[in-house]
Design a protein around this ligand. Structure first.
Ligand SMILES: Nc1ncnc2c1ncn2[C@@H]1O[C@H](COP(=O)(O)OP(=O)(O)OP(=O)(O)O)[C@@H](O)[C@H]1O
Length: 257
């Protein structure tokens, strides 16, 4: 059964449609990449699907329950959402920031159960933050802080993880490590959706790709089926070639179309 099911979602501001009749489902065991140009509606679609924005039409449910009926705590136990904008103003130690991921389970700082502690330590390790636990978060580099936010989301140990551009600030090694981590979580039975602008990462790691263009989902399928030169030109306005090398695919972006 799908963990998240959305259908017919639409949303407009001042008469301008930002999301139009968009539907998708997220399954356990799948790493889904949501791709599309700047301003195509990816963040808005995710916020609608999570019930953080009120849709004008359409519906979304999590584990069969309409999102509007879930309390924030119930939703936080099912889905870890890592938003694109991640404000952090206080100089909290990294371990405390990651511990925020356990609040949906009743944890409070200085009052973490053994299970909470284990989840926090596991997330810190998974995001390669060992040694950073006591550092004040406001002294971290942009990429280090991005990994702290990811660790906070993972510490919640939810069946579904939705991350909006989690690798944008990361160097190539951590970008690949993060995508590998998502792929292994999916193999372990989680559902994972990530927004990525690096098309090569989507092609290489995702089982499934949702293509968004001008507020609509214009393709939904495997990377092999959906990555075509024609679609890359139409959706992203780029000239690109796809070639097959054994089981893997290679994407060459030649420039703007
Ligand atoms: N409250 C709002 N009022 C007016 N326009 C909005 C509002 N929220 C979003 N938009 C516009 O809707 C469009 C879609 O925004 P959204 O953040 O969903 O795009 P995105 O695909 O996530 O983009 P990016 O890749 O740049 O992060 C953008 O043009 C944005 O400026």
């Amino acid at each position: 059964m799908s963990i998240l099911q959305a259908s017919g979602l639409s949303y407009a501001v001042d008469g301008k449609p930002l999301v139009v009749d968009a539907g998708f489902s997220l399954e356990p065991g799948e790493l889904t990449a949501l791709i599309g140009p700047n301003g195509s509606g990816k963040t808005t679609l995710l916020r609608l699907a999570l019930g953080l924005l009120q849709a004008e039409a359409g519906s979304a449910s999590i584990d069969g329950e309409p999102v509007a009926r879930l309390s924030p705590v119930e939703r936080a136990r099912k889905i870890a959402y890592l938003p694109q904008a991640r404000p952090l103003v206080w100089p909290q130690p990294v371990r405390d920031v990651v511990s925020l991921g356990r609040f949906a389970y009743g944890a409070a700082l200085g009052r973490l159960s053994a299970g909470d502690e284990a989840a926090v330590s596991h997330a810190i390790g998974a995001c390669q933050l060992d040694g950073f636990e006591e550092r004040a978060a406001d002294t971290l580099s942009g990429g280090e802080l991005a990994r702290v936010h990811l660790a906070r989301a993972l510490a919640a140990e939810t069946p579904l993880v939705i991350a909006d551009e989690p690798v944008a600030a990361l160097d190539p090694r951590y970008q690949h490590q993060t995508m590998r981590l998502f792929a292994s979580m999916a193999q372990g039975g989680h559902g994972v959706l990530t927004v990525v602008h690096d098309l090569d990462l989507a092609l290489r790691y995702a089982n499934r790709v949702l293509w968004m263009h001008e507020g609509r989902i214009v393709a939904d399928g495997t990377p092999e089926d959906t990555f075509t030169s024609e679609r890359l030109r139409r959706v992203f306005g780029i000239q690109a070639e796809i070639s097959r090398n054994g089981a893997s695919f290679r994407l060459d972006i030649l420039g703007p179309a």
